[in-house]
Ligand binder design. Sequence first.
Ligand code: SAH
Length: 238
Amino acid sequence: MKVEICTLFPGFFSGPLESSILGRASTAKLLDVRLHNIRDYTHDKHQKVDDRPFGGGPGMVMKPEPVFECVESLNLEPGTPVILTSPRAPLFTQQTAVDLSAYSRLVFLCGHYEGMDERIQEHLATHVYSIGSYVLTGGEPATLVMLDAIVRLIPGVVGKMDSVEQDSFMEGLLDCPHYTRPAEFRGWKVPDILMSGDHSRIESWRQQQKLLETKRWRPDLLAQHQMSPAEQALLEER
Ligand code: SAH
């Protein structure tokens, strides 16, 4: 996957893109991230990327011209997603990550200050997403969050694909709790069932835990979940 990030702060990405799974994906040539400094697409001697808002008020607004020119310089194939980061947008979810992971090229636009001139959203971006109901200082952390969630779905990036498929949200539920050695730590024991070696009981315990975790932390997800009779029974067992 080729990823183009248009930003005023390319330096923000240097550590995260080189570390852990994103770094490995780049080394393995499964991911090719290119950073584009929007400031390089200005033509005035002060390299002005923002200006005061029409109508008055506080803050500065990112100007449209350098952002359009930056994206146009990429010669995108038609249909390439151009993703604007914004709190004023639908939430980016696991399903969004799944959908976007099918593309071979993505473009991210990182806003700053009060955000970007609205004509960028209307006439340049093809998608706009928020990562949550809070305001960041810039689109860079939001882009990293989305990119991380998308890239780990590309086959070969995470060692075992079935571990990804069992993650939270993939089937509309949260994941179950996980334990590893030691079997007893400071007097706290791992649930007996996980030590039983009985795979079908372990599977059913895990399914029950997924339902209970979702009920506890994300009742909104449970309400949307198409509950099978077997799942209903597991929930009622408790
Ligand atoms: N005035 C805007 C906030 C701008 S924050 C408002 O109140 O809606 C500056 C930039 O940070 C935005 O342009 C966007 O790129 C990024 N940003 C802030 N919060 C975000 C969020 N929750 N999700 C995605 N991007 C966000």
